[in-house]
Design a protein around this ligand. Structure first.
Ligand SMILES: Cc1cc2nc3c(=O)[nH]c(=O)nc-3n(C[C@H](O)[C@H](O)[C@H](O)COP(=O)(O)OP(=O)(O)OC[C@H]3O[C@@H](n4cnc5c(N)ncnc54)[C@H](O)[C@@H]3O)c2cc1C
Length: 433
């Protein structure tokens, strides 16, 4: 899908300042930039690649992500290139069940798919239209620190111009690390991934398939390593363009994690699929690519010395289902609203107090739920538990409706049915850590 031309010329970094610098124009960075710009701040987004660009992803969006996109005013009609889905089809343990997304006042009753190649550019252009300045082809190489306080005062960047590499300093009152899973910027400040938190690894590719217009997202729970049922799932998401996005992901609680050959596992899994689906090597249109999914707040603190972490940089992927986009968008909104309030304070101390509230707001939003997610990830790391849950769960619609709401974090904020109330109460009672 062709994107509209960017609304403004590429920003001239020679001026070297902005109210807020956002590093990375994935979903987290673009959402943060959109809300900051809409509030009237001067925001500069620095992105190392140039759009359109690929991002390894399943391209699946649940109603949670749809709600976040709607809140940002992103046009998501089918004529804008988005394909809707009705729910989830879960296959495993000899069972198969189709579950429609729940009808809730808090979330729409449909999901979407969109290739990240288009999705990320759409979001970045949307932020630009709101007034954000976007510098593509600009690699952030490190933080600029105040000598006395150690506070982040900006970043160093590298741009290529006429075959030459140009180094520049760019200063901002606040810096946002939306630079994804590896987040070099966070690492430069000593903020490393936590080993006590979950991590997933997933691989995916695209296959031309007659199933490309499937209006359910399909998840397969039967991923085997010999006799052992692995903690994770395979997916087949029809993209509506003649292809399906097909992949699988595993959690680090699997014994085989890190040792397994993911591409071979994908090939073995697909070899067992009906041939008429076309998920064969001949129909693969792109290389099999993989990447990590940082989950359950696996990098903390989310605010330190003038730097806020948003999205994968702060390990915000949902440990129950591997969904990261909705959380990146929601965190972008929370971060932006926090920064807007902070920069409106008359004193530096006042601003700092507001910025320090950001990690607490994230914990209030998902802390209890993510604590439960960490326990869930440990439990399904035991093949016997995984086998039991798959064999007994998938055939029981009531259990699966409950499971879907829980794994998708899709409950009414207030009231709702008995399932909503139980799930909300359990998440609230669980300490956020
Ligand atoms: C195989 C796989 C399948 C997945 N499937 C799904 C799915 O179906 N649905 C879902 O919701 N989530 C899925 N996820 C998770 C989802 O992709 C991430 O959670 C999401 O992309 C996080 O967005 P982000 O903006 O935080 O980071 P990213 O999307 O990684 O964006 C980071 C951006 O920062 C830029 N950047 C990095 N370093 C620098 C630098 N030094 N200077 C300038 N720019 C920099 C990058 O180029 C990139 O544009 C999947 C992940 C994987 C690996």
């Amino acid at each position: 899908m062709t994107q509209e031309a960017p609304p403004a010329a590429a920003p001239d970094l020679a001026t070297g300042t902005a109210d807020v610098i956002v590093v990375g124009a994935g979903p987290a960075g673009s959402a943060t930039a959109y809300y900051l710009a809409a509030a009237g701040l001067d925001v500069l987004v620095l992105e190392k690649s140039r759009f359109p660009r690929e991002k390894v992803c399943g391209d699946g969006l649940t109603p949670r992500a749809v709600k976040a996109l709607t809140g940002m005013g992103v046009p998501i009609g089918e004529s804008d290139g988005w394909l809707r889905n009705k729910g989830l089809r879960i296959i495993g343990g000899g069972g198969r069940i189709e579950l429609d997304w729940p009808e809730l006042s808090s979330y729409p009753g449909y999901g979407l798919v969109r290739r990240r190649r288009d999705f990320d550019e759409t979001l970045a252009r949307h932020a630009q239209k709101a007034g954000a300045r976007l510098a593509e082809g600009t690699v952030v190489t490190g933080p600029l620190l105040d000598d006395r306080t150690g506070r982040v005062t900006g970043v160093t960047v590298q741009q290529a111009e006429d075959g030459q590499k140009l180094e520049r300093n760019v200063r901002g009152r606040v810096v946002v690390a939306a630079d994804g899973n590896s987040s070099r910027l966070s690492v430069a400040l000593g903020l490393r991934k936590r080993d006590d938190r979950p991590l997933g690894v997933a691989v995916r590719s695209y296959y031309t398939s007659p199933r490309h217009e499937d209006d359910y997202l399909e998840a397969w729970l039967d991923l085997w390593d010999g006799e052992k049922l692995l903690p994770g799932y395979g997916w087949i998401f029809g993209m509506g363009d003649g292809t399906s996005n097909v992949g699988l992901g595993l959690l680090n609680t699997a014994e085989a994690f890190g040792k397994i050959d993911y591409r071979a596992l994908l090939r073995r899994w697909l070899a067992a699929m009906p041939p008429e689906w076309g998920l064969s090597e001949e129909n693969r249109t792109e290389p099999v690519r993989g990447a990590a999914l940082p989950m359950g707040f696996n990098r903390t603190p989310h605010y330190s010395r003038g730097l806020l972490l948003v999205g994968d940089s702060g390990g915000m992927v949902n440990p129950f289902n591997g969904e990261g986009i909705a959380y990146a968008l929601e965190a972008g909104e929370i971060a932006a609203r926090t920064v807007v309030q902070a920069l409106a304070r008359p004193t530096a101390a006042g601003a700092e107090a507001v910025l320090h509230s950001y990690p607490r707001q994230l914990k209030d939003a998902w802390g209890g739920y993510y604590t439960l997610g960490r326990t869930f990830v440990r439990m399904i790391g035991h093949p016997a538990f995984m086998r039991f849950a798959t064999r007994h769960g998938v055939k029981r619609p009531y259990i699966m409706r409950f499971t879907m709401k829980f794994l998708g974090n899709l409950t009414e904020a207030r009231g709702g049915d008995a399932v909503d109330r139980v799930l909300n109460a359990v998440s609230k009672m669980t300490p956020a850590a």
